[in-house]
Design a protein around this ligand. Structure first.
Ligand SMILES: Nc1ncnc2c1ncn2[C@@H]1O[C@H](COP(=O)(O)OP(=O)(O)OP(=O)(O)O)[C@@H](O)[C@H]1O
Length: 602
């Protein structure tokens, strides 16, 4: 599928070297997400401007203290200037608080928008996407990548504007005060910027590596610490190997993170040296200017304060490109998912179904999962309303695939599937979904109460309907015997229930939904005869007055079927009733002898 291919080869930013032609397009698209918050962004800029102005004021106040207030002995002015310093600091702090709020608001809003868009889009993806993508990867994008956006907003966008403004206003003020000292400060700049850039790049690389490791680690934890994963590990006694694997990955992560801290430490050391050496050189040259040229002492002191305001922001700006690449790459990873084409799409003029009779027709249906061989080949058959149709055939023949075409989990590669004469692709997805109920072999339940699980297909079902469905599925007595009855919370995937109970819960869930068409994959795992009998009865109840397509594994179902469709290698090879097919002595007769004859003798 094109979406999948894109996902594997389209690793923009993974190697840290994004394609230049993509960048502009991506940047524009990213800016689009910020458009609704332009007003807020404007306020951020006001805050930044105010803070920058107040920050500039401090060194100037110092200059006045040194050059005017002290030499002229004006204590009143001294008091005023010192008060001014305090007031400016307080105001600057308050503006900072406001700015943080605004930044979080913008960042979180953009995150909210992207997260909801992503979740909505993922729900529109076909089952094909979910069968071919690692759950860990999906989780990591929805969680980690989206969470990373906050830092993009504050660390990249807001702080870049901030740094740009601080650096430029400081530089202008410096030149206004004394061009010679300003020039000296400028000359020293590259000395500090170049190493900072190098550290920044290294840091970016290590960070990316360690993020990838964190991803690997969490996806491994997700697999091995889920109920089914943990069961598998225990059943195959692989705990030690899993632990070793985990330790190895953890150690790698540890190494990377120590490296990252060390890079940070070197960076810090450098900044410390810079912040001492810069003013030292400035005092040396400035001292000469004071002695020989009559420059005021206050100017030199103010310059040392300005120096800090210049180097910090400029050093950060030197890393802007790297940060920007990282941020754009983060957005790109999300866009990659957002841009995946929706395979099962609703047509703009799709019809809603009215009263449904339940006639299903396959018309020349062929199907392939990918580029490889056809799994279904030119299938033609009709299921009349209310009929019970049994699909039989060897393993891998394509029975599940046929059943997946009816609720449009996939679309046929060729041919059409019709419901009451409508091509499924002309119907509203929701309206089709409401008519089809599925009971699969593997029952999935939400970690919620039995009541909520039963109500999943019909949220407005009354308690009476729930109880009636549970009774029909022969489950009511069991549920009532639980201390919390219908409010009992079943574990994820229903691991707190027995296999038979889970199946009956799935059946009851479909009874509550009451769809016109039922698709049922009968469980192959043998249950005890007591449980079997209950399930059998529950199913009979469920199949009443519905069109049912059953992937049959029980003789009783086959015997009761109005029509048996025999599938072999994706083709419909025989169809008819049990007795007729047995008579023919073909594929069905062979299958029957293999699978069901023993059951018949019991
Ligand atoms: N998601 C998938 N991607 C690619 N191939 C698939 C996929 N699902 C099934 N297949 C292949 O399609 C063929 C038909 O599978 P299907 O599950 O429909 O068979 P089945 O008749 O239901 O088998 P069983 O009785 O064992 O459940 C098999 O060869 C299978 O390997």
């Amino acid at each position: 599928m094109s979406g999948m291919r894109m996902h594997t080869t389209y690793d923009w930013g993974q190697n840290g070297k994004p394609k230049p032609e993509m960048k502009r397009e991506s940047l524009l698209r990213i800016l689009g997400y910020f458009r609704p918050y332009l007003k807020w962004a404007a306020l951020v800029i006001v805050c930044i401007l105010t803070a920058a102005g107040l920050g500039l004021l401090q060194p100037l106040l110092i200059k006045w203290v040194v050059d005017t207030a002290i030499p002229e002995g004006r204590t009143g002015l001294l008091n005023l200037l010192v008060l001014g310093m305090l007031a400016a600091a307080i105001l600057q702090g308050l503006v900072g608080v406001g700015q943080t709020y605004l930044n979080s608001h913008i960042g979180q809003s953009v995150m909210y928008d992207i997260r909801t868009e992503l979740y909505r889009h993922l729900h529109r993806m076909s089952i094909r996407f979910f069968t071919s993508t690692k759950t860990g990867d999906i989780m990591s994008r929805v969680n980690n990548d989206v969470n990373g956006l906050q830092s993009v907003v504050t660390d990249t966008f807001a702080s870049s504007i901030n740094n740009l403004l601080i650096a430029s206003t400081t530089l202008v003020t410096m030149f206004v005060l004394d061009w010679r000292l300003a020039l000296l400060s400028l000359v020293m700049l590259p000395l500090f910027i170049l190493p900072t850039r190098r550290v920044g790049r290294l840091n970016y690389q290590v960070k990316k590596e360690s993020q990838a490791k964190v991803g690997e680690l969490s996806s491994m934890m997700q697999e091995t610490l889920s109920v089914s994963g943990a069961l598998l590990v225990k059943a195959f006694v692989r705990q030690e190997e899993e632990q070793d694997k985990f330790q190895k990955m953890s150690r790698e992560l540890m190494r990377l993170q120590i490296r990252q801290s060390m890079i940070g430490r070197w960076f810090f050391m450098f900044i410390t040296i810079v912040s001492t050496a810069g003013p030292a050189i400035l005092y040396w040259y400035g001292g000469h200017l004071v002695i020989d040229e009559g420059v005021t002492l206050g100017t030199v002191i103010a310059f040392t304060a300005f120096l800090g305001r210049l180097y910090g922001p400029v050093a950060s700006l030197a890393n802007l490109q790297v940060n920007l690449y990282g941020s754009v790459a983060l957005f790109e990873r999300l866009f990659e998912y957002l841009d995946m084409p929706v395979e099962i799409e609703e047509r703009p003029d799709a019809k809603a179904l009215g009263e449904v009779k339940g006639r299903i027709e396959f018309e020349g249906v062929s199907f392939r999962y990918g580029e490889d061989r056809a799994v279904l080949r030119d299938l033609n058959f009709v299921i009349q309303p209310g009929q019970l149709v049994a699909l039989v055939g060897p393993s891998g023949a394509g029975k599940t695939t046929i059943s997946n075409l009816i609720p449009r989990l996939y679309d046929p590669t060729e041919g059409r599937v019709l419901l009451d004469g409508h091509d499924l692709r002309d119907l509203r997805l929701r309206s089709l979904g409401e008519q089809v109920g599925m009971v699969t072999q593997e029952t999935f339940l939400f970690h919620a109460s039995i009541r909520d699980n039963l109500r999943y297909g019909k949220p407005d079902a009354t308690d009476e309907e729930i109880v009636a469905a549970a009774k029909a599925a022969y489950l009511h007595d069991f549920i009532s015997s639980l201390p919390e009855g219908y409010d009992t919370v079943v574990g994820e995937r229903g691991h707190k229930l027995s296999g038979g109970e889970k199946q009956r819960l799935a059946i009851a869930r479909v009874i509550v939904k009451s769809p016109k068409i039922l698709i049922l994959d009968e469980a192959t795992s043998a249950l005890d005869s007591h449980s079997e009998a209950y399930i059998q009865k529950a199913l009979e109840e469920l199949m009443k007055s519905r069109t049912s397509l059953v992937i049959a594994h029980r003789l009783s179902t086959i015997l009761a079927a109005d029509q048996i469709l025999v599938i072999e290698d994706g083709r419909l090879v025989e169809s008819g009733k049990h007795a007729e097919l047995l008579e023919q002595g073909g594929v069905y007769a062979g299958l029957y002898r293999q699978q069901f004859a023993g059951e018949a003798r019991e």
